[in-house]
Design a protein around this ligand. Structure first.
Ligand SMILES: CC1=C(CCC(=O)O)c2cc3nc(cc4[nH]c(cc5[nH]c(cc1n2)c(C)c5CCC(=O)O)c(CCC(=O)O)c4C)C(CCC(=O)O)=C3C
Ligand SMILES: [Fe+2]
Length: 347
């Protein structure tokens, strides 16, 4: 049996000031994020009129993918659904069922493994199918793409472009960042047989591949946007602290590539373009932030190539020796106990 549609599954974000708190409550429901952190993050959104760019960017990326599908004569309609904000994936899936979709591929807007980056999208798939009930479309999630040559090429070109913006200044340090997660979540990422840390290992591997492609010998991998209470260890160092450390080492110029994200959503435009950029400016350091890959035509090409792996057994192109993961049916985990949901603090 073939496929009738492609479901673009993303995180969601508010599109007006009144949507910010309800959105944040959806994101953090039952997750033990302190109230003060929520209010602080709400303020970041209010700097942009309460509008995250994420939905607009997803719609633009979907338009590019629709064009690419048409160019390759693949007749799959694309549907858009989110975990945390309208269009909610439950509603999207109900509409897909109405439209007669029986089996769809799912593209999650995250390249990596781990609970937040992969398994939570499986939970979304499961929840949406349960909400839709009888005859819910079967959903087959596309694999993780952190080591896909088109992803790596797009990020590498963005890193090169950021260096060029600084006049290819010698001594510029390249710093890759990804969303921090609790140490415990990183240890639990991937199947237990692999010993965990799939998330941070894949980030490290993607950084290595991009640096190699961009001809960069010296680079760092750091983390951003942590939200947990301070007594719980998260992946470190934080990008802003790292800029202090680089300054202390005498580095006076830095390129930051948010390799952990596919789009310039709020954590990129606030945490990097404001907080990290401001700290670099305080130290008198030159700073450029590399673009995320979603607007690069190769990103849409990659999505369609991932689709073709299912439609026509196109070869799974990947640059790392890491096992290909994330491709499961109806929200099943990748493997037994892979990326178990974290145990949340009870309050
Ligand atoms: C690994 C990862 C990705 C990358 C994979 C992927 O892209 O899916 C990601 C993406 C995103 N995270 C986003 C927003 C938020 N994440 C939060 C909280 C958290 N993220 C976490 C991890 C990740 N997050 C974690 C471990 C938490 C703690 C709470 C919990 O365990 O769930 C919070 C709560 C407030 C705060 O504490 O910051 C917000 C508002 C947005 C949308 C931004 C916009 O609106 O433009 C996007 C794309
Ligand atoms: Fe997040």
């Amino acid at each position: 049996m073939g496929y009738d549609a492609l479901l673009w599954l993303s995180f969601g974000g508010p599109e007006g000031p009144d949507e910010v708190m309800p959105f944040l409550e959806n994101v953090t429901r039952g997750r033990g994020v302190p109230r003060e952190r929520l209010l602080e993050v709400a303020e970041h959104y209010q700097h942009f009129g309460g509008v995250s760019p994420i939905n607009r960017l997803n719609r633009a990326a979907i338009a590019a993918v629709e064009k690419q599908l048409a160019a390759e004569s693949i007749g799959l309609p694309v549907h858009f659904g989110n975990r945390n904000w309208a269009p909610m994936v439950e509603d999207t899936l109900a509409g897909m069922k109405e439209a007669g979709v029986r089996r769809a591929l799912v593209f999650p807007t995250s390249a990596y493994g781990g609970y937040s980056a992969c398994r939570q999208y499986d939970e979304d798939i499961e929840r949406a199918r349960t909400a839709v009930g009888d005859h819910a479309p079967e959903l087959v999630k596309l694999r993780q793409f952190f080591d896909h040559p088109l992803f790596v090429a797009a990020v590498a070109d963005a890193v090169r472009a950021a260096h060029a913006k600084l006049g290819d200044r010698p001594g510029t340090r390249t710093v890759f960042t990804a969303h921090s997660i609790p140490e415990s979540a990183d240890l639990a990422s991937g199947p237990p047989s692999e010993g965990g840390r799939r998330y941070s290992s894949q980030i490290a591997e993607a950084a290595r591949l991009v640096a190699a492609e961009a001809g960069i010998a010296e680079y760092d991998v750091v983390w951003q946007s942590r939200s947990g209470p301070p007594q719980i260890p998260w992946l470190e160092p934080d990008i802003v602290d790292h800029i202090d450390a680089l300054h202390a080492q005498g580095v006076d110029s830095v390129v930051v590539s948010p390799i952990g994200f596919v789009a310039d959503h709020l954590e990129v435009i606030w945490d990097l373009d404001n907080e990290a950029a401001d700290r670099a400016a305080e130290h008198g350091m030159a700073f450029a932030r590399a673009a995320t890959p979603d607007a690069d035509p190769r990103f849409a090409e990659m999505v369609v190539e991932l689709v073709r792996e299912h439609l026509s057994d196109a070869p799974a192109r990947k640059l790392s020796p890491f096992p290909s993961a994330g491709c499961t049916v109806n929200g099943a985990p990748c493997a037994v106990s892979c990326c178990e949901p974290p145990r949340r603090p009870t309050r």
